[in-house]
Design a protein around this ligand. Structure first.
Ligand code: AMP
Length: 355
């Protein structure tokens, strides 16, 4: 793929905060963005060159969108297959279809990771009470039952402390195909944000350490608590995943740190909440990096110049703005009009020192 010229247009599926920050990064590079979003008042719409508000089932809107852009990317992985079929015939989509399909289904994802030789939680497919019993027999408890598709921020998950929890957990899946995962005894969670461009160049950011509450990311801190060899392992396995998928763009790789090494939890084929710290910790942040990759431009390196703690502003956390804007705190707000419990409204990157 030849590099897109300045002035070219990048189509972004999804108009949330990730799309918004991608659009800002693209505009800094002299590129235009066109957002496709089914909902109303998309946060990315404030900062993009063009917005189409239409359903993913609207074939005419999808075709017109594709005709107006040079390349297509996305900010979330649950794009309906039928929409991709239409778009893919008209314009290149990065990251590719295989990367999307791999991350859309936890079974495909875990199988792919295991086949690469990486460590995942033990897993087994669950379709009904009998297969759940069988899965508990092989995996044991504690365990977590997760829907295979459409899970995010801890939604679509049920914990089983003992086999007695089987019925309640299965009910929580509401009939959706599921996967039982063995409980990983981790000390902490980290993620690697990694990028690959069409030439096969790879750049990884320093792993960040993630803290969740109620299944939602609260903070990411760099540097993470990792030994030098764990840090190398984390970055190498991310590169291995990108190469195996012939990936173009930024990916988030979530890892559990255990006494027996790193366990891959999941991959996200997009810019990632746990990579927001790069906006103020690195010269080239994850959003510019993703735009560079999908535009076929050279990647920036991932070198970190500052130590950062990123804190998500969720729901009422917004009440702390603007007081939270202390001299070492970069505030990033998403322009969402309505505050709702659990809704990501913005984030703060606090610089805690030089790297
Ligand atoms: P996920 O949606 O798969 O990222 O899961 C959300 C959170 O649940 C993770 O960040 C972990 O804190 C926890 N979790 C998920 N899977 C496991 C597992 N197999 N063992 C232990 N904790 C898990």
């Amino acid at each position: 793929m030849s590099a897109l010229p300045v002035g070219a247009t990048i189509g972004i599926l999804g108009g949330g905060q990730l799309g918004r920050m991608l659009a800002v990064a693209a505009s800094r590079l002299g590129l235009k963005t066109h957002i496709f979003e089914p909902g109303s008042a998309p946060p990315a719409g404030d900062v993009a060159h063009a917005v189409t508000m239409a359903a993913y089932t609207d074939a005419a809107a999808l075709k017109a969108f594709a005709a107006s852009v040079d390349v297509i990317t996305y900010e979330f992985e649950n794009i309906p297959t039928s929409a991709l079929d239409i778009l893919e015939a008209l314009k290149p989509i990065h990251p590719n279809r295989n990367a999307l399909a791999t991350s859309q289904d936890r079974l495909t994802e875990k199988t792919f990771l295991r086949d690469l030789g990486l460590t995942t939680a033990p897993f087994a497919v669950v379709a009904d009470a009998a297969s759940l019993d069988a899965a508990i027999g092989t995996i044991g408890t504690p365990a977590i039952l997760k829907t295979r598709t459409l899970g995010y921020d801890g939604k679509g998950q049920a914990r089983l402390q003992s086999p007695d929890d089987a019925t309640t957990a299965l009910d929580a899946m509401a009939g959706a195909p599921a996967l039982l995962e063995g409980f990983v005894d981790f000390t902490h969670e980290v993620s690697v944000i990694a990028a690959r461009n069409p030439d096969g160049a790879v750049a990884c950011y320093d792993p960040g350490e993630n803290l969740h509450a109620d299944g939602i990311l609260r903070t990411t801190t760099v540097p993470a608590r990792l030994s030098a060899s764990q840090r190398t392992d984390a970055v190498l396995l991310a590169g291995q995943i990108l190469n195996a998928l012939d990936y173009v763009g930024v990916m988030g790789v979530e890892l559990f740190v255990t006494s027996r090494g790193l366990v891959v939890n999941e991959i996200a084929p997009r810019v990632h909440n746990s990579g927001h710290w790069t906006q103020n910790g690195c010269t080239i942040d994850q959003f510019e990096q993703h735009i560079r990759a999908v535009a076929g431009w050279p990647l920036g390196d991932g070198t970190r110049h500052s130590n950062v703690t990123m804190e998500n502003l969720i729901g009422d956390d917004m009440d702390r703005v603007p007081e939270a804007a202390t001299s070492n705190a970069a505030i990033h707000l998403y322009g969402k009009a309505e505050v709702k419990p659990g809704r990501k409204m913005g984030h703060i990157n606090r610089i805690t020192g030089p790297a």
